[in-house]
Design a protein around this ligand. Sequence first.
Ligand SMILES: [Zn+2]
Length: 323
Amino acid sequence: MDRPPPPRPSTSARWLSALAFAVSVAVISIAAGAAASAETAAFSLENPAPGVYVHYGQLADVALDNEGDVANVGFVVGAQCVAVIDTGGSYAVGRALRASIRTVTGVPVCFVINTHMHPDHVFGNAAFADDHPQFIGHARLADALRRRGSNYVAALQRTLGERADGSRIVLPTRAVAATEDLDLGGRVLELRAWRTAHTDNDLTVLDRATGTMFIGDLAFVGHLPVVDGSLRGFIAVTDELSSMAVAHPIPGHGRAGAWPAALAPQARYLRGLAADVRAAIKSQRTLSQAVADVAVTGDDWLLVDAFHKRNVTAAYAELEWEE
Ligand SMILES: [Zn+2]
């Protein structure tokens, strides 16, 4: 006995299933495009010293066209371990950084170090989760990320949409309260937790073998310095860093030329900001008047519109009570 023929789908059902197939193909290719864009785009790596690699992020605010690739990130290769220093402003950037490490070495990533809490330096952490590294930061980093993390995630999703997929806060598993040495096998990194300056959780990483220092956002070059901790502290730390011998300085943003000359514009900006805000407070200007009046003078900076008024606001709040 013949089986009954399978029911024929109606024309509209066939059309719908064809449409569904087309949509699913489109979704897959969009997803693949989003996942691959940062990874397959040229992720430039520089090699300023033996075993030291740096990717210079764009001098820009986080935006769709850069996927959060706006901070300098890098890694140091030892005989047993790779240490990653900052991971970029999205999971996509972290993935690209991880892929770039694998073009250089097969040595495992044992350490992921964050120089501070800001989202453009930490959102790539999740790309290293499968490596099961120690995530290392300043002793105050975990608290700062707990306080701000959900706002950072929401802001990234607003800015990047689906390009933010996979980006999440990964808390440190190891805290540095003062100084610590990190042995990568045949080379040692010196970690130093600083007093409140750019933020209250700034950490620097010095590769002793080559004199390379990853300074994070205690050093801005070209990109307007940002004050999210203490203006007075930032001035003091800038002065202290300027007194140190650094063969290969890697700022958090921009490129450092001669050292410490590269820090001079930052020192001038921060001192000028303090002087102008103190003058505004002394002459009884309100906060909003100070924000309107205090201008950037002297050096040329990028991203003044994005950050200067916030710096004046932070400086006013800090300096108002100093007398
Ligand atoms: Zn920062």
